[in-house]
Every structure is written in structure tokens, then in C-alpha cells.
Write a protein of this length. Structure first.
Length: 170
């Protein structure tokens, strides 16, 4: 009798559960010394004090100033960041305008300003260490500081729970 496996999913680090077309389930445990590729189970961090855009930028407000970066989910999707290109200090932008770009090993992605305002400062640390965006996206990996032109732009952004639901599909 031939059994066709219709679904499989990992169990712990070294096992798979295989479901056949006959609804029979097999559990296979693999020797941890075998060279295997397992899908990484990712848990992202979504700080509750931030607002998030659908383009995956985050905003931290302090009075009328905002610190902006990309979310942990965005950096994980991009992969290793190798270059951050932002040269717009002193320029004003409308909400959702492109203010720079990030370059990863295999792609380049535009950065969108989630709120309207004037860019006051660019994170100089990213020139020498763009990987800070990967290792600490909500801390040392921030991108720009902005003087907010209209704080009501924040009403168009998501809170952490809504953003998490968007990226996880839950």
C-alpha cells in the first residue's frame, strides 16, 4: 500500500509529524547529528509604546518629536542589512513619502515616513554599523528623528496589537 503524505509539520527541534491521505499520522524523530534544515519559528517583538505603519515603520513619540525605524518583522523579512541610505536632514516630508532606503544582501527597500514632518537627525551609527537595524531595531537601530508637523497623523497608524495581527495573520 502506498501512502501519500499530504501534510507535515515540525514537532520540537528534531521531529516531524506526517499526515497521510488516509488520515494516519506518523511521528518521525530525526537524529540531531543529521544535517537538516528546519523552518525557524519566529516570535517578533511588538513594543506597545510604539505606533506602526502598514509599510512596517514604527514611531515613538516624545512631545512633538518622533523617533522612527523599521519593525523587527521588517528587518527579519529583509535579511542582513548592509547599507542605510538617508540623506534628508532638514527636509520636510508628507506622511507616507519616501525618505530613504535600506539595502539588504539581496534587496533594496524604500523607507516611508509614517507621519508628516521635518527630519531633524539621522542615526549616524548606521553608517558604520547598519546591522544595528537587525540586532536592535527598536533601540540603537532607529533611523531618523522627526519634528512632527501634525500629530493627528498618528491616528492613521496601528497599535502593537493591530500590527501584530496584520503581520501574523491572526
Amino acid at each position: 500500500m502506498v501512502r501519500v503524505f499530504t501534510k507535515y509539520f515540525p514537532i520540537g527541534l528534531f521531529g516531524y509529524c506526517l499526515k497521510t491521505s488516509f488520515k494516519i499520522i506518523f511521528i518521525i524523530f530525526l537524529n540531531p547529528t543529521h544535517f537538516i534544515s528546519l523552518k525557524k519559528i519566529q516570535k517578533w517583538n511588538f513594543p506597545a509604546d510604539l505606533k506602526y505603519s502598514k509599510e512596517h515603520e514604527w514611531v515613538r513619540i516624545d512631545g512633538d518629536k518622533a523617533t522612527i525605524g523599521i519593525s523587527e518583522f521588517a528587518q527579519s523579512e529583509l535579511g542582513d542589512i548592509v547599507y542605510v541610505d538617508i540623506d534628508s536632514v532638514g527636509e520636510s516630508f508628507e506622511a507616507n513619502a519616501i525618505f530613504g532606503s535600506v539595502e539588504a544582501v539581496k534587496t533594496v527597500s524604500d523607507l516611508y515616513l509614517p507621519i508628516s514632518g521635518e527630519i531633524l537627525e539621522v542615526n549616524d551609527k548606521l553608517q558604520d554599523a547598519p546591522d544595528l537595524v537587525n540586532s536592535d531595531p527598536y533601540g540603537d537601530g532607529w533611523m531618523v528623528k522627526v519634528l512632527a508637523a501634525d500629530l493627528s497623523d498618528l491616528d492613521n497608524l496601528m497599535d502593537a496589537t493591530t500590527y501584530e495581527a496584520m503581520v501574523t495573520g491572526k
